[in-house]
Design a protein around this ligand. Structure first.
Ligand code: HEC
Length: 109
């Protein structure tokens, strides 16, 4: 089946129009501002340090969406962030954060 020429012209015009919509005449592009979604963690000793250290690479949702882990589980998780992904934190930071995560987001048993 042959595509009618007028359809091709309309498609090309649409492309030119669509490009015009996102690129200004001076060549710069439009930008939009998205709302900052920064979920907070539950209150507890070590919350601030956890928010500061665990929000560098990803959302804090990664913490709040985990199942309730045991102390061993949170220790392994924090160690993985440090040893595998290179999370920059001191031993003291890690201790405070593991305590916080175990008490606030840990298994209640
Ligand atoms: C240096 C970057 C970095 C920092 C800092 C960091 N993480 Fe992560 N984290 C990652 C990466 C990379 C992943 C894997 C992401 C993926 O698979 O989509 C991840 C995934 C996770 C997950 C999901 C489960 C998993 O094991 O993949 C949890 C929970 C988590 N991080 C917790 C933490 C906590 C708690 C802290 C603070 C102690 C932290 N992260 C700090 C890089 C980091």
């Amino acid at each position: 089946m042959k595509t009618p020429l007028f359809l091709i012209i309309i498609l090309m015009a649409a492309c030119v129009y669509a490009q015009d919509a996102s690129i200004k005449k001076d060549g710069s592009t439009y930008s939009i501002e998205l709302p900052a979604v920064r979920p907070e963690l539950k209150p507890g000793d070590g919350k601030e340090r956890t928010e500061a250290m665990c929000n560098i690479c990803h959302s804090l949702d990664y913490i709040s969406m985990q199942p309730q882990l045991s102390r061993g589980g949170w220790t392994a998780e924090v160690n993985k962030m440090i040893n595998v992904f290179g999370a920059p934190m001191s031993e003291d930071d890690a201790k405070v954060i593991i305590n916080y995560l175990t008490i606030i987001y840990g298994k209640k048993d």
